[in-house]
Design a binder for this molecule. Structure first.
Ligand code: HEC
Ligand code: HEC
Length: 364
């Protein structure tokens, strides 16, 4: 199985949904179809391709806001917190406003195996948050309102756990990365909040993503199907060095946050029904101290980040939310806040032991 392949064991109709979704995910949008007026790129695959369609990429997007007296303001009236750095016309190019005193880069994450993460019950993640604190490590579930269903759910997607479902994330990405309005996100982003400018350049009626009467699905549904049915990367067999690294990983309490596996709940899709998920994350928000990105978003405060899942790491360099760590060693060294004790233990390993940990991480 290659990265980009569907989950094993899909029915023929599920496979057909996967292929239709793959086409949509790779489809290049243009301004006649609703791209922009301001946007970040013109297809999902443009930012999600490392190792295969659906992977991550080193492409960064920019968030900005204003932190004053400990209160974070996403500067929504000025187009925040997400910058759109492309425009269909130079006259409406968005810029980081002078009012912003915080900016953060966010790297494009891999999407392999996300259907399994979506199928983990909220109760399982909430259980992780109830553990007695170990080694200064706490963690908190991100309670958010899921746009697609209107329900209170546990957020689990994005660096800040800002979305709970793939459909909601798809709606968010169609609007905020490509400028394609849809039934979940029906209003265009105005360039730096200027609605007059928007009106002059927004020629396509909203929502731009319409439901196809033949299938009953819009592009956001089809793209969500692709992501839901996309297989995780396959772990490599453990070498002797990696097997030792796995034990050291446990001993350093890395696994308290990077929980090796959880299980999906019952699902009407057999390939997602009560399956183990080897994601290496508790899907909780943690106070990461200096490693936080300074942006408050949905349930997460400026210092909180989602424990990054570690599966598939070997295909997703560079690392961390801002892509600032060129390799795994530097990603570990940057850990702070609740992960400080784990980081100190790593720093005290000898060279052989460090290499064993890195060999383990590269096998996931
Ligand atoms: C300009 C680049 C860009 C484009 C285009 C883009 N994405 Fe992303 N994607 C990102 C970045 C950056 C993140 C991390 C965002 C964050 O958490 O702040 C992300 C995260 C995601 C996630 C969450 C993954 C996780 O690890 O939890 C999903 C799902 C996703 N994108 C789907 C899509 C879909 C579907 C499309 C097309 C409609 C799309 N993206 C287009 C850059 C992009
Ligand atoms: C308190 C929880 C916590 C502990 C303990 C912890 N991590 Fe992390 N880890 C995180 C979070 C949160 C991120 C994402 C941080 C970011 O980019 O902002 C992360 C990111 C990573 C990444 C980069 C992933 C990527 O895709 O960019 C690696 C590698 C990693 N951790 C390995 C380790 C190792 C090895 C240990 C033990 C020495 C460890 N972590 C301990 C929470 C933790």
């Amino acid at each position: 199985m290659q990265p980009g392949d569907p989950l094993p064991g899909l029915t023929s109709s599920e496979l057909a949904s996967f292929s239709a979704g793959l086409d949509e995910f790779e489809n290049v949008e243009n301004s006649e179809g609703g791209l922009g007026p301001i946007f970040n790129n013109n297809s999902c695959v443009a930012c999600h391709n490392a190792g295969g369609t659906g992977g991550g990429s080193p492409i960064l997007v920019t968030r900005f806001g204003r932190n004053a007296a400990g209160k974070f303001d996403p500067l929504e009236a000025l187009g925040g917190s997400l910058l759109q750095d492309h425009a269909i016309d130079p006259a409406i190019q968005e810029v980081i406003p002078a009012e912003a005193n915080v900016t953060a880069n966010r790297q494009s994450t891999p999407l392999f195996g996300l259907g399994l993460i979506e199928a983990i019950p909220d109760s399982t993640i909430l259980q992780n948050a109830k553990r007695p604190p170990v080694d200064g490590i706490r963690g908190r579930a991100a309670m958010i309102t899921d746009i697609a269903t209107g329900r209170e759910r546990v957020g689990r997607f994005g660096w800040k756990n800002q979305q709970a479902t793939l459909l909601s994330f798809a709606g968010d990405a169609y609007l905020n990365e490509m400028g394609i309005t849809n039934r979940l996100f029906p209003h265009e982003n105005a360039p730096n909040g200027n609605f007059t400018l928007l009106a002059n350049y927004d020629a396509v009626a909203d929502p731009e993503d319409a439901t196809d009467p033949a299938t009953g699905k819009a592009d956001i549904d089809t793209a969500a199907d692709f992501m839901r049915l996309l297989a995780p990367m396959q772990p490599l067999p453990l070498t002797r060095s990696a097997a030792t690294g796995s034990q050291i990983f446990q001993q350093m309490n890395c696994a308290v946050c990077h929980v090796p596996s959880m299980s999906t709940g019952p699902s009407s899709i057999r390939a997602l029904d009560r399956k183990p998920v080897f994601l290496y994350s508790d899907l909780l928000l943690h106070d990461m101290g200096s490693m936080g990105d300074g942006i408050a978003q949905d349930a997460a405060n400026p210092r909180e980040m989602r424990t990054a899942p570690l599966w598939g790491l070997r295909a997703s360099a560079p690392y961390l939310h801002d892509g600032s760590a060129p390799n795994l060693d530097q990603a570990i060294r940057a850990h702070d806040g609740e992960a400080r004790n784990s980081r100190e233990r790593y720093l005290h390993l000898n060279l052989t032991q460090k290499q064993q940990v890195l060999d383990f991480l590269k096998s996931l």
